[in-house]
Design a protein around this ligand. Structure first.
Ligand code: KG4
Length: 338
């Protein structure tokens, strides 16, 4: 039988990524071209620039990715692409490329939900055991997803306002740290014995989260702190960063722990950019170490946007025969549950 060779494309935000996955497990190529350096001067992702950079770079990243393992376009049996959610213009570039290749090669096209990709990225770390609970934490999402069987998603908790990554980035900016702020909050919090201070615990419904009030409270406190030549003292930055990290992540841990027990799940999987956070990665394992619930954490290379996770997910959709039409569109607000 012919090998299944999925060419996957991800372009939903500020990474142009291509992956080649053979027979569901064998990740042959994983190319990620990040635009972070181009967006730094805007303090966040500038959507129009993101689209232009995807358009400029996608063809060379494609040819480079295929050349890495001596592949030819004719070896590809399926083309997969992130359908949404994401930046409208950015998504269109990836989908246009995917449709063109699938149409030219006359192979099936598979459209993948970006968050489903982040969830299935964990399969690069180990096997899934259902029912499981997935915590998705990124610049735009903070969701608890119950997954009873492969590719069936039920959102049981979400942020009532800001996403955790967005809130991290805004606090970091108030502290004078560079973009992406969450990365720097993590970096400056890693010293031992940094003094922390308590922060209020937001009241939310059920398994929901909230970060907007906490973020505004922190920014107000930071504004009042003493500055020398417009800069905060190093100790002040570290103390705020560590206190923010502990408060933001503990909220995730408390809700995830409660939901996992209530729903009697077998496994927890974590995904999204914020799943790179060192405190989250160590504490979530500790939370469940004396229980029967196993925790899977994606490898660090798989926490940022990439196409390997899109290919993993596509492999499951192919098994279910779920293909997209060549006249499909992209979907900036795509829903995970339907
Ligand atoms: O999934 P992702 O790459 O894309 C978006 O959803 O935009 O997530 C990016 C987010 C940013 O807010 C970034 O600050 C945050 O993930 N992030 C982190 C860490 N690494 C990335 N937040 C906390 N700790 C980290 N180590």
């Amino acid at each position: 039988m012919r090998d299944e060779v999925i060419l996957a494309i991800e372009s939903s935000c500020d990474e142009t990524a291509i992956a080649i996955l053979k027979n569901g497990d064998d990740l042959l190529v994983n190319s990620v071209n990040t635009q972070i350096a181009d967006h730094i001067r805007f303090g966040g992702v500038y959507p129009e620039l993101a689209s232009r950079l995807h358009l400029k770079n996608i063809t060379s990243i494609l040819s480079y990715s295929l050349s890495l393992k001596g592949f030819d376009y004719h070896d590809i049996t399926h083309v997969a692409v992130t359908a949404g959610p994401g930046l409208p213009g950015a998504l269109q570039i990836g989908n246009m490329a995917a449709k063109t290749i699938a149409s030219y090669l006359e192979v099936p096209l598979v459209q993948v939900h970006h968050l489903a990709g982040h969830i299935y990225a964990n399969e690069f770390a180990g096997e899934f055991h259902y029912p499981l609970l997935s915590l998705i934490v990124s610049g735009g999402n903070t969701e608890l997803v119950y997954i009873k069987e492969p590719m069936k998603f039920q959102i049981i908790g979400e942020t009532e306002d800001d996403a955790i990554g967005e809130a991290f980035d805004k606090v970091a900016r108030a502290l004078g740290l560079p973009y992406p702020g969450g990365v720097w909050i993590d970096k400056v919090s890693r010293e031992e014995n940094i003094p922390t201070f308590p922060l209020p615990k937001p009241k939310t419904l059920g398994y929901n989260f909230s970060y907007s009030g906490l973020k505004s409270h922190l920014v107000r406190l930071i504004d009042k702190e003493e500055k020398i030549d417009g800069k905060l003292k190093d100790e002040t930055i570290k103390s705020y960063a560590r206190s923010t990290e502990v408060s933001f992540i503990n909220q995730l841990l408390d809700k995830t722990h409660q939901a996992a027990i209530d729903l009697n799940v077998k496994q927890i999987v974590v995904g999204g950019g914020v799943s790179a956070n060192s405190y989250l990665r160590s504490e979530i394992v500790k939370r469940f170490e004396n229980t029967d619930i196993k925790v899977l954490i994606p490898p660090l290379w798989c926490t940022t946007d990439n196409a390997a996770m899109i290919a993993k997910c596509a492999h499951h959709l192919i098994k279910k025969g779920e293909y997209a039409s060549l006249s499909c569109s992209s979907f900036p607000d795509l829903d995970l549950e339907n």
